[in-house]
Design a protein around this ligand. Structure first.
Ligand SMILES: Cc1cc2nc3c(=O)[nH]c(=O)nc-3n(C[C@H](O)[C@H](O)[C@H](O)COP(=O)(O)OP(=O)(O)OC[C@H]3O[C@@H](n4cnc5c(N)ncnc54)[C@H](O)[C@@H]3O)c2cc1C
Length: 298
């Protein structure tokens, strides 16, 4: 198997200890478990070649995006081959009229937004880390922007996937209106590399907001903060982000970053829209926060 991989990929197939160590861990607290080899794929055909060999030799496969997952996804518990997709990082087509973009899986969300900068569009899903779009599709990632823009579940429209036997399938289309049979896109989004290797993804885009603003507000209790958020969403304020941080975490943040935030349950908000819209959203949220005991809305 290893000599077949080396024949096909040369130096792009590595058994070097450092490379295997890098690919046998993620951001979880678990001890690394190393794959036997790492292959750097550059195309769907490369992935097919690796997958067919793994199928022939009955070897486990672990697709590798950016390694930012938190639950031990990448640990090679039975050894096998890690398929590193970071060199598949091209934007394949920007369809500005349809508000979609088709990319290779290794592109990171920041790279994608950099490529979109001059189009007036952006990709809003933000899990904190600079994850790959393939990894985010595979984990059905969410993040702080989910309140307004949803998660990968709502934003992945179509996938190209190499199945475990090397066949390539395409799920879904760019069309918003579709009722053609099983929703395979939703099956693969969140399958965490267990059903196939995603090699192309079409995701939704959104117009870049004209204005952004942010706010922070402390509350007497977690319940008060939660009620403020529920009421904000119930009256339809289109907040983009909202993140709750409890008093203990605020204390840690203060100590770590030398800040002087009030050590109380706290909400952080972000508003997207026109200048006037953002101002109105912030004012409404300030009012609702005050009604729920919010103090020091800034
Ligand atoms: C500080 C921090 C904050 C985070 N916050 C959030 C958050 O708010 N919400 C959230 O959802 N996540 C969060 N995460 C977790 C992480 O960013 C996401 O899970 C992200 O989607 C992983 O992407 P990745 O490219 O790093 O994938 P990897 O970590 O490389 O891989 C993740 C999984 O997807 C599989 N995979 C990767 N690429 C493919 C592919 N092309 N085809 C098939 N399978 C593939 C892998 O085999 C693995 O099982 C956070 C992580 C950090 C470090």
């Amino acid at each position: 198997m290893l000599s077949a991989l080396t024949d096909a990929f040369g130096e792009r197939a590595s058994v070097a200890q450092a490379v295997r160590e890098h690919h046998g861990r993620d951001e979880s607290p678990f001890d690394p478990q190393l794959p036997d080899a790492v292959v750097f794929a550059r195309s769907t055909e490369d992935v097919q070649t690796i997958v067919r060999l793994c199928s022939q030799y009955n070897v486990p496969i672990i697709p590798y995006g950016n390694g930012s997952s938190l639950e031990g996804h990448l640990l090679a518990v039975q050894g096998g081959v890690s398929i590193d997709l970071s060199e598949m990082n091209r934007v394949l087509s920007i369809n500005a009229e349809d508000l979609t973009v088709t990319v290779e899986p290794g592109i990171s969300r920041k790279q994608l937004n950099e490529a979109l900068r001059d189009t007036g569009l952006f990709f809003p899903i933000d899990p904190g880390a600079d994850a790959s779009i393939g990894g985010m599709s595979a984990t059905r990632a969410s993040g702080t922007n989910a309140v307004r823009y949803g998660t990968m579940r709502e934003n992945v429209l179509s996938l190209t996937v190499v199945l475990a036997d090397g066949r390539v399938i395409k799920t879904g289309t760019r069309a918003r209106k579709s009722s053609a049979g099983y929703d395979l896109t939703r099956l693969f989004a969140g399958s965490e590399g267990t059903l196939g290797v995603i090699t192309e993804i079409t995701v939704r885009l959104y117009p870049q907001p004209e204005a952004f603003s942010a706010a922070v507000c402390a509350f007497p209790s977690m319940g008060d903060a939660v009620r403020a958020v529920i009421e904000t969403i119930q009256i339809g304020v289109p907040i983009a982000r909202v993140e709750f941080v409890d008093a203990l975490a605020i204390r840690s943040i203060n100590r770590h970053s030398n800040l002087t935030l009030r050590e109380a349950p706290t909400l952080f908000f972000e508003f997207h829209g026109t200048e006037a819209g953002v101002k109105e959203q912030a004012e409404l949220v300030q009012e609702l926060a005050a009604q729920n005991g919010g103090e020091g809305f800034e």
